[in-house]
Design a protein around this ligand. Structure first.
Ligand code: PMP
Length: 364
């Protein structure tokens, strides 16, 4: 019998999934991978040792289902976040993508809408449509910034069930001021989720949207261990919100969705938060170096509060992407005409990228 391979369009797939394309950041084994905003510094050895011990201990009980409420982990997240948060205000999942999916399952879904200011994180529309809701793309200013008045009026017009505010924004790095978040919250009829995946790379004296949580029961702030914590492969994301919101998420999660091994690894890593975050300052130095150097090469970098830089002025992004690829450097063509995005790597990786870019004459 030959292998049967059906074409997607021939399957009885949901009508609303027809024609959709999957998330597609290329995964290529190149020496310098600066394309998906990972933290390219490995987990420090002493932390890795501690995590291994914790995982080994958890393995002894792996014949049993894990703590469905991941209580120790929620306590560890509450401690890490501070701001007087307690574990009943914390939720977590296998990456913040899953956490966002839970939010959409509970507050979006068929017949509902979710909204975000484009260009923004490419998974928001995919997660929205995957959970049966419709996506509405709002607009940003020419430099990708948002203002309170414009943002609020777009949200009031769209009246979405869920609003995504990416702060700072991926793929542009743009900061989002708290007055924009407050204005959007006041204008939104439904849930407002502030995605702070990259917030640890923002200036230290800037306030997090966590400070806006008291008195705002429709506000959610999501975070991830994938970026600043150098934990992308472990798949751990989390959020803080009103305890009632957390209860709503319990309705849609799969039972025991966080494995005992994930819970043990993440809790152990959080016990070393300061060490895990030790590379953040070094990454910020590389980010600023990228901005200064690409500007000197004739490109236009945007202000970034994240671990990556978006730069414009690229005559042919696909050709430049390919030329860098051929030189062993993987960055991201995020589909904005004339632009490319690069993650700030280690000093050596960043040098490799900047040298490769300098060797290609592609500024427009
Ligand atoms: N939010 C933003 C803005 C992101 O850029 C990413 C990943 N690139 C995520 C959420 C999801 O990250 P993870 O699932 O690894 O936590």
């Amino acid at each position: 019998m030959g292998r049967v391979s059906a074409r997607l369009e021939d399957l009885p797939i949901r009508d609303d999934l027809r024609g959709m394309t999957q998330y597609g950041a290329p995964q290529a084994p190149l020496p310098v991978a600066l394309n998906v905003n990972e933290n390219t510094h490995p987990v420090p050895q002493e932390v890795a040792d501690d995590i291994l011990d914790a995982v080994a201990l958890a393995l002894r009980d792996v014949n049993r289902y894990p703590d469905r409420e991941f209580t120790s982990l929620r306590e560890a997240f509450a401690d890490y976040l501070g701001h007087g948060l307690t574990r009943d205000q914390i939720w977590a999942g296998n990456g913040s993508n899953e956490v966002l999916q839970h939010v959409l399952q509970a507050f979006g879904g068929p017949g509902r809408t979710a909204f975000g200011f484009a260009p923004t994180y490419s998974m928001y529309p995919l997660l929205t449509r995957g959970t049966g809701a419709a996506w509405i793309g709002g607009t940003r200013g020419h430099d990708f910034t948002t203002t309170p008045d414009d943002a609020a009026s777009q949200v009031a017009d769209a009246a979405p069930d869920v609003v995504f505010l990416c702060a700072p924004n991926n793929p542009t790095g743009t900061p989002m001021r708290l007055d924009v978040i407050e204005a959007v919250y006041d204008a939104a009829p439904g849930i407002v989720i502030v995605d702070e995946a990259y917030v640890e790379f923002a200036p230290r004296d800037e306030r997090s949207a966590l400070t806006l949580l008291p008195g705002r029961e429709r506000l959610i702030v999501s975070r991830t261990m994938s970026k600043a914590f150098a934990f992308a492969g472990a798949r751990v994301g989390y959020l803080a919100a009103d305890p009632g919101v957390i209860d709503a998420l319990r309705l849609v999660r799969l039972p025991y969705h966080l494995s005992a091994l994930t819970q043990a690894a993440a809790t152990a890593a959080l016990g070393h938060a300061a060490t895990m975050l030790g590379m953040v300052d070094e990454i910020i130095v590389q980010r600023e170096r990228i901005s200064a150097t690409v500007a000197a090469l004739g490109y236009q970098p945007y202000e970034s509060w994240a671990n990556f830089v978006l730069f414009g002025g690229v005559a042919d992004p696909a050709a430049t992407w390919r030329a860098l690829y051929d030189r062993g450097v993987l960055i991201r063509d995020i589909g904005i005409p004339g632009h490319l995005r690069v993650t700030a790597g280690t000093e050596a990786e960043t040098t490799a990228f900047l040298d490769a870019l300098a060797s290609i004459d592609s500024a427009s």
